[in-house]
Design a protein. Structure first.
Lengths: 407, 393
């Protein structure tokens, strides 16, 4: 029995890197315009897409830009005229195009961007750090992490569906850990175009489509009497996105089987009777959950929460979930020097989210894995043990520990 | 249970080979119900020509994919290897993939009872002249073949890939079994010679595997560098420069001691100082500034830094003056010029003996005239093909 016959929704299995899995999803999403500019680890996505087009498997405009700034402007404009558009980048390349990233969000254009997370130079380094993608967190973006190649493929489809929804129309950044996910080869199930067609409707910008037959102007220069209302409007879209995200996962599950669990924005592992949990973004979930599984064998009441969606932040859901525990250890693969308690960005958001909770757990922070340094199972065990200590000792609340550092 | 395989390959020239071996181990293992994935040592890429690189494959009969990933994925290097494959035998001299890494022994990751599998025509004793001792027994195995070198986007389809898969099946059937290898190759390509090549290597390697004892091999001469702690670094990403220095004579030019790159080469240039015309071309053209001017106008070679690119041999206008020679014929990196100064006749005799009779023929890029080649009179010098004419209506 073939995979296609068995499932009806998957076409075949292939050995793919995370980048290749994303490219396959872009093919399946039948994207119209791709703008490319190389920077590792994202580069393999554009390489693969150019091959997919050359092999006649996708009919799309493939434009090699002069820089990331040009690259992001191209897809923004393409999206405005009604083309489903795709781009991607990493690290400082992503930052170089920042002006274009900002206006894509304020213009509410639903382009999907792949961010292969990479350390921000200097020193020039290729390894994963999350500061690049996190930089758009304040700008009106959808921002989500995938932690396996299969999830990366699926989140391109889920991402377009959410971003293009008439209630949302926001750009989507899909982040994945550079090297560990972008360049690792795994066996991936590739959905059939027919099943994808049932899940992802065609892109329709409706009355906002820039076209000679629909004479409109986008984003004129305005004065003080316009801006705050437009910001308020964009906030409303970000609020509506929370509901659209849940709908998208439910619909995905209905077509492809129970792939994702409620509340969808994050995934809990062995948390039912847990007293302490770790929470983090990206591939650290693998050693994190493995450490939890092994400590559970010794009767320790620990769990792992894999945070997937950072924007919109799942405030209510996460507040309800995390306030069940005595202590929460937040793993940051990013830095935020000089911030409150000198913690990482994810730490601040989670602590802020928990502040109004009636029962507030101790929240401690780990800054680790910067620049692609390994985070091992043993490191995760250490973090869980320190979080257990925080559950017992009030003085540990709010502490920030750097882990895996030569000191 | 986890089985770990690493493939030591030459950057660019063997990238596709390394990736294919890693990827096919995953495909073959998964067909018999094992969980597997594959990745490369990420820091190795973007690759440089000939740099020692690694590709990995991980296989487990009982772990979930997530647990296997947690144990082996998201790491810069492999923890240990059940099988370390070496697809260019010259890497037995050690591997130095990037700066501040040091020259590491090729068997560094091989576990007790694990196997170092080298594609080589040489007897094991010749390889062990270069390989560091290990405190425990492991196995050395060879399959006959030359280093399969090609380019980044192309693949030299000379069956090395299939032969390595067959040999791994013989050495550690818990990674992949030979029947599964054969079935996969046949099904995937429809070409029986691929499955046959795997089977032949499977048979061959069983006669070419032996236990290496803690007394076998050499005392490893290289120490990995100790990396600075966070408060020991210069602030502002400042790294001290290599002190400038130039003196005539061997090692007279200062070079970066933290990245020598000598393990990049499969061949080294042997210089016949006695017929050198002191034209300076090797010194000028060497992309890595490996030639040291000397008091007598000759140019010494610093083999610790030579990457074996062959440019010097290519530009040398004197026949037989600079010739590229198999790196494993040399056991040290001593100055050839000093050897020549000490004992001119002895050096020339030694050099000729090392050179043997194999020669790489380089195209002449300057000069004119005609030469006899395979019975045909052909022009010497750079041949520029006639430009295609635009079609005219």
């Amino acid at each position: 029995v073939t995979l296609a016959e068995k499932t009806g929704v998957y076409e075949r299995e292939e050995l793919l890197t995370g980048c290749q899995a994303v490219s396959q999803a872009v093919r399946l999403a039948d994207v119209d315009v791709i703008a490319a500019y190389p920077i590792r680890p994202y580069t393999e996505v554009m390489d693969q897409l150019s091959k997919i087009i050359a092999d006649g498997q996708l009919d799309a405009e493939y434009i090699v830009a002069d820089s990331e700034h040009g690259q992001f402007e191209i897809v923004k404009h393409a999206s405005a005229v009604g083309a489903r558009a795709f781009a991607g980048s990493s690290g400082t390349g992503w930052c170089y195009g920042f002006e274009a990233l900002v206006v894509t969000a304020t213009d509410r254009l639903p382009v999907l961007f792949l961010v292969g997370n990479r350390a921000l130079d200097d020193p020039g380094a290729f390894g994963v750090e999350h500061n690049d993608a996190l930089a758009v967190r304040d700008m009106g973006w959808l921002l989500c992490w995938a932690s396996t190649a299969q999830e990366a493929l699926e989140h391109v489809l889920i991402g377009y569906r959410i971003a293009e929804d008439a209630r949302v129309r926001m750009p989507m950044a899909l982040a994945m850990d550079g090297a560990f996910l972008t360049h690792s080869q795994h066996i991936v199930k590739i959905p059939s175009p027919e099943a994808v067609g049932r899940f992802l409707p065609p892109y329709d910008l409706g009355e906002r489509r820039l076209h000679p037959d629909n004479p409109i102007s986008i984003a004129p220069q305005v004065n003080e009497d316009w801006v705050i209302e437009l910001r308020r409007q964009n906030w409303e879209a970000a609020r509506r996105a929370r509901g659209v995200i849940v709908d998208a996962y439910r619909e995905f599950n209905a077509i492809f089987g129970e792939r994702y669990r409620a509340p969808y924005f994050f995934d809990e592992f062995m948390t039912d009777d847990a007293e302490v949990v770790l929470i983090g973004l990206g591939t650290v979930a693998m050693p994190g959950r493995t450490a939890v599984r092994r400590m559970r064998e010794q009767g320790r009441r620990v769990g792992y929460v894999e945070l997937k969606w950072f924007r919109p932040f799942p405030t209510e859901e996460l507040r309800a979930s995390l306030s069940r525990f005595k202590a929460v250890g937040v793993i940051d693969r990013d830095f935020n020097h000089g911030s409150p308690d000198d913690g990482g960005t994810v730490f601040h958001e989670i602590r802020s989210c928990l502040y109004p909770a009636r029962e507030r757990p101790a929240v401690i922070n780990f800054i680790t894995g910067l620049g692609g340094r390994d985070i091992s199972i043993a490191d995760c065990t250490t973090m869980l043990e320190l979080t257990e200590q925080a559950a017992r000792d009030e003085r540990r609340d709010g502490t920030v520990t750097w882990l895996g550092l030569r000191e | 249970v986890i089985k770990r395989v690493e493939v030591n390959y030459r950057g660019i020239f063997q990238k596709t080979l390394g990736k294919k071996i890693g990827g096919d181990i995953v495909m073959i293992a998964s067909r018999v119900g094992r969980v597997a994935f594959s990745n490369g040592r990420y820091s190795d890429s973007p690759e440089r020509n000939g740099i020692p690189c690694k590709y990995f494959a991980f296989v487990s009969p009982d772990l979930s994919e997530e647990e296997l990933e947690a144990e082996c994925g998201a790491k810069l290097d492999i923890d240990e290897a059940d099988v370390s494959v070496v697809v260019d035998e010259a890497m037995v001299k050690g591997v130095e993939p990037w700066g501040w890494h040091g020259i590491r022994p090729i068997n560094e990751k091989v576990i007790p009872g694990g196997t170092l599998l080298v594609v080589s025509r040489k007897p094991h004793a010749d390889l062990l002249k270069f390989i560091g001792r290990k405190p425990y027994p492991y196995r050395l195995a060879t399959i006959e073949g030359d280093a399969s070198l090609s380019g980044l986007w192309v693949f030299k389809d000379d069956l090395t890939h299939e032969r390595v898969l067959g040999a791994i099946a013989a050495l550690d059937p818990d990674v992949i079994g030979i029947e599964a290898v054969e079935a996969y190759l046949l099904e995937r390509t429809g070409q029986p010679q691929r499955a046959e090549a795997a089977r032949a290597a499977y048979e061959e390697v069983q006669g070419k595997v032996e236990v290496v004892l803690p007394s076998d091999g050499i005392d490893w001469p290289h120490q990995p560098p100790v990396l600075p702690k966070w408060h020991e670094f210069g602030e502002g990403v400042v790294v001290p420069a290599v002190p400038r220095g130039f003196q005539l004579g061997p090692r007279g030019q200062s070079r970066n001691p933290q990245f020598k790159r000598g393990t990049t080469k499969s061949e080294r240039p042997v210089v016949r100082f006695d017929i050198c015309t002191k034209c300076t071309l090797c010194w000028q053209e060497c992309p890595d500034q490996c030639f040291d001017p000397t008091v007598d106008g000759l140019y010494d070679v610093d083999y610790e830094y030579c990457v074996g690119c062959g440019k010097c041999a290519e530009v040398c206008p004197v026949k037989e003056c600079i010739v590229m020679v198999d790196e494993l014929r040399f056991e040290d990196d001593r100055s050839p010029w000093e050897h020549y100064r000490r004992d001119r006749d002895g050096y020339v005799e030694w050099a000729e003996q090392k050179k043997g009779d194999k020669r790489v023929v380089h195209p002449h890029v300057t000069g004119t005239g005609r030469a006899e080649l395979d019975g045909q009179r052909v022009p010497l010098g750079k041949v520029i093909p006639a430009r295609k004419k635009e079609a005219t209506a």
